[in-house]
Design a protein around this ligand. Structure first.
Ligand SMILES: Cc1cc2nc3c(=O)[nH]c(=O)nc-3n(C[C@H](O)[C@H](O)[C@H](O)COP(=O)(O)OP(=O)(O)OC[C@H]3O[C@@H](n4cnc5c(N)ncnc54)[C@H](O)[C@@H]3O)c2cc1C
Length: 458
């Protein structure tokens, strides 16, 4: 069929749904194609064969936008959410250190503590040229070598010297000597730092429940699930889908990973440019367990693991987010581990599950006698858009070249900007982009994409 619309949207993740909801409110003639059978993208959830609910990586909800918060309140209703105070910890050798590590040095051995403190006192500050340089300048040798470098390599899978440091904003706690010293003097933990110190999670259905509810508010006749765009003809403003649909558009919002869009839409951006984009794949490993968590995990939400003894960088006690994440609340619990894979950090997919279980036992998260009822292993080919050195110089011209053809590449991998790629940012990227298209305005209509520092300061 040959159809013509004002706005065509590719993808029903948070970005595509944000765009669709806004287009619907503005009375535009829009249509959406989604490759998967349902909505949610990376923010979707599934139930395994034994009845355990899983997200694709531990998702928590916190936001920088009142508008987004209002929508979330309304979409699941006040009864639909559970609110938690973040309890996150760093596993450091055989110790637990509250997050952020740098504010809780009193938990370290005297030797490590002195090394971190000496580094902090000698940190030279000043303008950094890379993420690695930023760690050294801001925190000094001790914290950088003991925690920041090993941990960040496990997350990003890239040497920090190949990463930029402009993206951090509210994501990494900057050193505050007074705070560090106060904790050392009083021995009191510092826990409340950061934008997600309080977060919420859907009572039922995992994070995906949010996006299913958002999609359900939109007219079904405008949404095509299980139908991927396979080619984009930028010159004639047309898209061909896997199921053979030919769609004409005035404007296109694509949430497909940017390098995928370049391949689908030849002649706008050179393939060599797309090859410069850096990303990490994410392995999500879930264990559905019998019984109750060990005492050492009581109250813990998620934990960071800089150590080389385990493959994962983060483990979430997923059953703490909602008792309904297990089929028999009170009698079962669940753990979810995340592992990054990149060109610099290969992963043996055959042994990963075994290595994860071994690490969990060694780290004291999984007592020997715990019965494992269910295991899942999902690979997200695109998990983290890496803020590599020179990223904006690569990405921004690509986005502008597409915009000149009426194609707006937005979202976590559409715009490739990690600092504005959470659910709230993604939803707002879609929404703001429609505002821009509808009003005929410029980049100022899209503060999330073009002014991330101000947005993240909110
Ligand atoms: C491990 C992990 C942990 C995270 N934790 C958090 C968290 O704690 N809090 C938080 O707020 N956010 C978190 N996020 C981020 C969150 O998942 C993203 O913000 C969000 O999913 C991005 O939305 P999006 O729509 O831009 O992209 P996606 O969710 O990737 O959606 C893109 C959609 O496009 C579809 N698509 C792809 N190709 C085509 C095609 N050719 N045609 C049609 N459709 C196509 C895909 O199927 C997909 O549904 C996390 C992400 C990961 C990976």
């Amino acid at each position: 069929m040959n159809r013509s619309v004002d706005l065509l949207i590719l993808g029903a993740g948070p970005t595509g749904l944000g765009a669709a909801a806004r287009a619907e409110a503005l009375g535009m003639n829009w249509r959406l194609l989604e490759a998967s059978p349902g909505p949610g993208g990376l923010a979707s959830s599934f139930v395994d064969e034994r009845g355990f609910t899983w997200d694709l990586g531990g998702h928590v909800q916190f936001s920088h936008y009142e508008e987004f918060d209002r929508l979330m309140d309304w979409i699941l209703g006040p009864e639909g959410w559970l609110t938690h105070e973040r309890e996150s910890w760093v596993r450091f050798g055989d110790r637990w250190v509250p997050y952020p590590f740098q504010y809780n040095l009193h938990r370290l051995t005297p030797e490590d503590r002195d090394r971190c403190l000496a580094g902090l006192k000698n940190a030279k500050g000043g303008r950094a040229v890379s993420f690695g340089d930023w760690m050294d300048r801001s925190f000094g040798e001790g914290i950088a070598e003991l925690f920041l470098r090993p941990y960040n390599f496990k997350v990003w899978g890239f040497p920090p010297e190949e990463m930029d440091c402009q993206w951090m904003g509210d994501r990494v706690a900057a050193p505050d000597m007074a705070r560090v010293m106060r904790a050392l003097e009083t021995g009191e933990d510092n826990r409340g730092w950061g934008p997600n110190a309080v977060f919420r999670f859907p009572k039922r259905g995992g994070t995906g429940a949010v996006w299913r509810a958002v999609a359900d508010e939109l007219p079904r006749s405008r949404m095509a699930y299980g139908d991927a765009a396979v080619s984009v003809d930028a010159a004639n403003r047309g898209v061909r889908s896997r199921n053979g649909e030919e769609l004409r558009y005035d404007n296109l919002i694509s949430t497909v990973p940017l390098d995928g869009l370049v391949r689908m839409c030849p002649g706008v951006v050179a393939a060599e440019e797309a090859a410069r984009l850096r990303y990490a794949s994410t392995h999500v490993i879930g264990l559905g367990l019998k019984g109750t968590p060990p005492e050492s995990l009581r109250g813990k939400c998620w934990m960071y693991f800089p150590g080389v003894n385990s493959p994962y960088y983060r483990v979430t006690v997923f059953s703490h987010y909602s008792p309904e994440n297990v089929p028999r609340p009170g009698e079962q619990w669940s753990l979810m581990a995340e592992v990054s894979e990149t060109v610099h950090k290969p992963v043996d997919r055959e042994t990963l599950l075994r290595e994860t279980v071994r690490g969990l036992r060694e780290d004291g998260l999984l007592p020997e006698d715990t019965e494992v009822l269910s295991t899942v292993h999902r690979v997200l080919p695109r998990g983290y858009p890496v803020p590599f050195s020179g990223r904006d110089g690569v990405v921004d011209p690509m986005l502008r070249a597409f915009e000149a053809k009426g194609i707006y590449s937005r979202g976590r991998f559409g715009a490739w900007k990690y600092e504005v790629s959470n659910q709230d940012h993604s939803f707002m990227q879609g929404r703001e982009c429609v505002n821009r298209i509808h009003s005929g305005g410029g980049p100022e209509c899209e503060p999330t994409l073009h002014d991330p520092v101000s947005v993240n300061r909110r």
